[in-house]
Design a protein around this ligand. Structure first.
Ligand code: NDP
Ligand code: MG
Length: 380
């Protein structure tokens, strides 16, 4: 179990829930980072008294430094400071809870510093999974997934010494707010509709990704990278209740699943306490009062993003970085009311067509693919 953690993205949905868990488990928080949320960061810093607080937005960091002048917390601004937060010597576990590809460099820095990575920032694995996993192997850094599906799988493979015994990973998917609609009906949905997730309360980007099913597509790629499996061995099943968090089918036909209430603090707690389990003060799952558990096939016609992600997963190389960069940019435009819902898959597909794929990319080639994909979306 970890005693001291650093949280990249402490003001977000995962970051705040990580602080709840840290408080419950009595963990020390050495560093916390955010982009520009000055007030929330000030409140968090006063409560958790980290050694370092970072805001990547420089003017916001200057403001924070003034506000925290009476405390022992050092304040830094800018992106490079994320790497300092990720590598403090006293930190055992770095929780990567920033949203988007910006998490990649600090995650790699934490790996090089041999930290345990409690990985929520899925975009990092989608863009540079091979690089991240190879670095983790080389430096002996543990990666413990926080994403609920991947945490479920991680829990279901404990005790599995030979990964060849795994036949298939089955990722569950809530289906999002537009489940059951036709392609045309989905196209009429607005930002407000997309931001209403049936089971989870999350940041805006991932909530939109859940509505398009791109989130599940990103998670398929995340699972392929974490467990080094081909696409044929990672499948998706719709499970509206979000109680079965994912399953592992073994060669002998046994299927192991992890169940729980839809509460991200459970996988976050497990990433902190692994290989042990900590006390959870929340209400436990009551099988007798929970709704009937149902399963269905995903609809790739109404939700083309899942199909696009699977295509990129098959292409390999920089295809997933292109997919992710285009999606980040398209979701940003959608959240700014500048494009419609179906423009998201349309623009992702456009970037996939226009940006050439490089196989076995290095970090620079991945970053270049990300930039090119964003330019393709913006028509530049
Ligand atoms: P939020 O949008 O709620 O929080 C994002 C955090 O990252 C905030 O602290 C934000 O700071 C910071 N941030 C945003 N942009 C930047 C930037 N450019 N540079 C530095 N920091 C930045 O996101 P979530 O907590 O929902 O998601 C975080 C990650 O976890 C995502 O990758 C998501 O896919 C993954 N995840 C989330 C789940 C959830 O339940 N929320 C479930 C599974 C995975 P500020 O407040 O200043 O903007
Ligand atoms: Mg998930």
């Amino acid at each position: 179990m970890t005693n001291t953690i650093s949280i990249l993205g402490s003001t977000g949905s995962i970051g705040r829930q990580t602080l709840d868990v840290a408080e419950q488990l009595g963990l020390r928080v050495a560093a916390m980072t955010a982009n520009s949320s000055v007030e929330r960061m000030e409140a968090q810093a006063r409560r958790f008294r980290p050694r370092l607080a970072v805001l990547t937005d420089e003017p916001a960091a200057k403001d924070l430094a003034v506000r925290l002048a009476d405390t022992d917390t050092k304040v830094l601004g800018g992106f490079a400071a994320l790497e300092e937060a990720a590598t403090l010597p006293e930190t055992g576990t770095v929780v990567t809870a920033v949203v988007g590809m910006v998490g990649l460099k600090p995650t790699l820095a934490a790996i090089r510093a041999k930290k345990r990575i409690a990985l929520a920032n899925k975009e990092t694995l989608v863009c540079a999974g091979q690089l991240v996993m190879d670095a983790a192997d080389r430096y002996g850094a543990e990666i413990v997934p926080v994403d609920s599906e991947h945490s479920a799988i991680f829990q279901c493979v404990q005790g599995c010494a030979d990964r060849r015994e795994i036949k298939r990973l089955i990722l569950t998917c809530s289906g999002g707010p537009f489940y059951g609609m036709t392609y045309d009906e989905v196209g009429k949905m607005t930002k407000a509709d997309a931001l209403k997730h049936p089971n989870w309360k999350m940041g805006p980007k991932i909530t939109v990704d859940c509505a398009t099913l791109m989130n599940k597509g990103l998670e398929v790629i995340e699972a392929m990278r974490l467990y080094r499996l081909p696409l044929e061995q990672v499948s998706v099943v719709i499970h509206r209740q979000s109680i079965v968090h994912s399953l592992v089918e073994y060669r002998d036909g046994a299927v192991l699943a992890q169940l729980g209430t839809p509460d991200m603090r459970l996988p976050i707690r497990y990433a902190m306490t692994y290989p042990n389990r900590g006390e959870n003060p929340a209400e436990p799952l009551d099988l007798l009062s929970c709704p009937p558990l149902t399963f269905a096939a995903p609809d790739r016609e109404s939700f083309p993003c899942l199909r696009l992600a699977e295509k990129a997963a098959n292409q390999g190389g920089t295809a997933c970085a292109i997919l992710n960069g285009a999606n980040e940019e398209a979701v940003r435009l959608f959240l700014a009311d500048r494009i419609g819902f179906h423009d998201i898959p349309r623009l992702v597909e456009k970037a996939g067509r226009e940006v050439p794929v490089v196989q076995n990319p290095d970090l620079e080639e991945i970053l270049a693919a990300d930039r090119a994909a964003r330019r393709a979306v913006l028509g530049k």
